[in-house]
Design a protein around this ligand. Structure first.
Ligand code: AKG
Length: 261
């Protein structure tokens, strides 16, 4: 169904995302808001602003994904957190999450009701961060009744190649999920698929957003710029998707829903 509120440029982006598994939206946020978000990211990492619901993961000192600490949460003031989840609890991040243009795209891709699976800051600190291997964002590990398809990634800092920009293997989303568990693509799948030779890099300027299909293989390397490289990813899904957990199933935040759709 054509959506009259959709910008032409977003129609083109959605077509590219459907065909290739990713797309550029261009700049979606103003410089003053970006500056406030960068400050807020630091404040959260340093414990100056805190919300009980936030989930934290520190970088591995080695930069090796397999050596990340898991399940430890906040480990004290540090700018070396690689991942902070549940940023919908922070009003500044919430405003970015609720960007009306994101809502128009989400409705065009997902339908009349939208919920948020997660809002995550992916950070590669000035010290380099962690190498994030080829992965998909889906599978039984995610604990929901249907794999999500749509992520909107927004750079808070410039993310050139040297900063560990996002890389994708175009069209891999068309092959579906690589393993039932989802997540990291095992070597026995990535090797025969010639992942290295098919990879493309997607450098981005601060304030630019990308659409990323949850099934497209994507990764990001170490940051060698000596400056932080942070981005907010929101994963959106349709309103029918439910948590599979029997005990205390998660309730997902509804977004962009209005009575007129
Ligand atoms: O920004 C990054 O380094 C990783 C992004 C990512 O994996 C995602 O948005 O799903």
């Amino acid at each position: 169904m054509p959506d009259s509120s959709l910008l032409e440029v977003d129609e083109e982006a959605i077509a590219h995302y459907r065909a290739e598994g990713w797309a550029r939206l261009g700049t979606t946020i103003s410089e003053d808001k970006l500056a406030a978000l960068r400050t807020r990211a630091d404040e959260i990492m340093l414990g100056k602003v805190s919300y009980p619901a936030l989930f934290f993961q520190l970088d591995a000192e080695s930069g090796n994904y397999d050596e990340l600490s898991r399940g430890k949460g906040y480990q004290g003031a540090s700018l070396n957190y690689r991942k902070i989840e549940k940023l919908e609890h922070d009003p500044l991040f919430r405003e970015l999450i609720e960007t009306p243009r994101f809502g128009d795209i989400a409705h065009a891709v997902l339908g009349p009701t939208i919920q948020l699976y997660r809002a995550v800051l992916f950070s590669k600190s000035a010290a380099g961060g962690t190498y994030l291997p080829w992965h998909q964002d889906c599978g039984t590990f995610w604990g929901i009744t249907k794999d999500p398809q749509l992520q909107i990634w927004t750079a808070l800092d410039d993310a050139p190649e040297e900063a560990g920009c996002v890389e994708v293997i175009p069209r891999t989303h068309l092959g579906g999920i690589a393993t039932p568990l989802g997540g990291v693509i095992p070597d026995y799948v990535a090797g025969p698929a010639n992942a290295e030779s098919r990879a493309i890099k997607i450098p981005a300027r601060a304030g630019e957003s990308l659409l990323i299909h949850n099934y497209v293989w994507h990764r990001s390397r170490i940051n060698t710029t000596g400056k932080p490289r942070r981005a907010l990813t929101i994963c959106l899904m349709d309103g029918e998707t439910k948590c599979r957990r029997k005990k205390g199933p998660r309730q997902f935040l509804r977004l962009f829903n209005d009575e007129t759709r």
